[in-house]
Design a protein around this ligand. Structure first.
Ligand code: ATP
Ligand code: MG
Length: 342
């Protein structure tokens, strides 16, 4: 159905030669079905981590995820992550399951995965294993939770942000019940660690449909970034530091830096983002009040109005006033009351 790189095929073969079941799974199956080049090939297997290590002894290995059942084999074609089939125990902190339980059943492993399009397994001989209609959802362009959306978002609120991330990258719509749950439970994002938010947002901001998602789901993003009015954000096409700088556009410097610290960006990246940010002061076209708003307040057309707008713009740029219509109109009223003494 699609071409498996030889190094990933070799991992499957070695595990199966040792008597275990092994499949390609998750993002690589999704991307291959979409005709996109997978970033990496992940494997899931019935072998327990110790058995995986032994079966793949020919490769050097990293054990970073061993506690969760993941062994990384360093092959000539790149690293391959091999994870033991598992089901997840109860979540009490909404971030990590309390315990990981291994299983020998592929279907159980697919059941714990987040979205139908990410819950497919593929094998060069046995073909596609698609228990939840992932392929149909890929064709329709739909993001749908595996299982009951409310429960899945309650188990791990990061899935809310992952859903929006896939929307931004793939341009998919969010299925109705998944969307309902996502909107109702958005506040749970408050409990997600800065690092995890940063990693998902990095991918989201690089997505072709990022701006559309930020606008459409501005109320969800408000939970993560109360200081940003995501409904008005304008993004460059490239993502990365420029994407972040655009997201922070119009914020006072101290708030922008505070947000980057909150997301645990390394110092070097913080500096890089802030440098781009500083090179792009808020343009007057993005000020939350415009000339017509001041006319409605009773300003007369003319230079006084122009000076008043620039005073407001200066205050927002300096971080002395928020770029928010209500408070800027209050300020404008004061300027008007002072009768031209701008
Ligand atoms: P990418 O191409 O960006 O790596 P991905 O789908 O591979 O996308 P990963 O974060 O690498 O995303 O996760 C690999 C797989 O693990 C996913 O496809 C999904 O099946 C599962 N997964 C990841 N995070 C979660 C989560 N929070 N809840 C449930 N399943 C998850
Ligand atoms: Mg991946």
């Amino acid at each position: 159905m699609f071409s498996l790189p030889p190094y990933a095929g070799e991992v499957l073969e070695k595990l199966e030669a040792a008597g275990f079941e092994a499949w390609c799974v998750g993002g690589c199956v999704r991307d291959a079905l979409l005709g996109r080049a997978p970033a990496d090939w992940d494997v899931c297997t019935s072998a327990r981590p110790e058995q995986t290590k032994k079966a793949l002894a020919a490769f050097s290995q990293a054990e970073t995820g061993l506690r969760h059942g993941t062994v990384t084999a360093i092959t000539s074609g790149g690293p391959v992550e091999i994870t033991t089939f598992r089901r997840e125990g109860a979540y009490s902190d909404r971030r990590r399951p309390d315990k990981v339980e291994f299983t020998s059943c592929l279907e159980e492993d697919l059941l714990r995965r987040d979205f139908t399009i990410n819950a497919m397994a593929w094998h060069p001989q046995r073909g596609l294993r698609d228990c939840f209609g992932g392929q149909a959802d890929l064709q329709r362009g739909l993001l749908r939770c595996v299982g009951e959306p409310e429960r899945r978002f309650q188990e791990d609120a990061l899935r809310i942000l992952r859903c929006l991330r896939f929307g931004a990258v793939l341009g998919f719509a969010i299925e109705e019940n998944t969307e309902k749950a996502l909107l109702a439970l958005a506040r749970l994002l408050e409990g997600i660690s800065g690092e995890r938010v940063q990693a998902e947002m990095d991918k989201l901001l690089a997505g072709t449909w990022a701006e559309k998602i930020l606008h459409e789901y501005a109320e969800v993003f408000r939970v993560l970034f109360p200081e940003i009015s995501c409904g008005d954000v304008k993004l460059p096409s490239e993502g990365g530091a420029a994407g972040w700088a655009a997201l922070l556009h119009g914020l006072p410097a101290a708030q922008a830096e505070g947000l980057l610290r909150r997301l645990r960006f390394p110092n070097r990246t913080q500096k890089e983002i802030m440098q781009i940010w500083a090179g792009n002061p808020l343009p007057i076209s993005q000020l939350a009040v415009q000339g017509r708003d001041l006319l409605e307040l009773g300003f007369q057309p003319g230079p006084f109005l122009g000076r008043a707008l620039h005073t407001l713009l200066g205050q927002v740029r300096a971080g002395e006033a928020p770029n928010e219509k209500g408070s800027l109109l209050d300020l404008a009223r004061k300027l008007l009351a002072r009768g031209g003494q701008v």
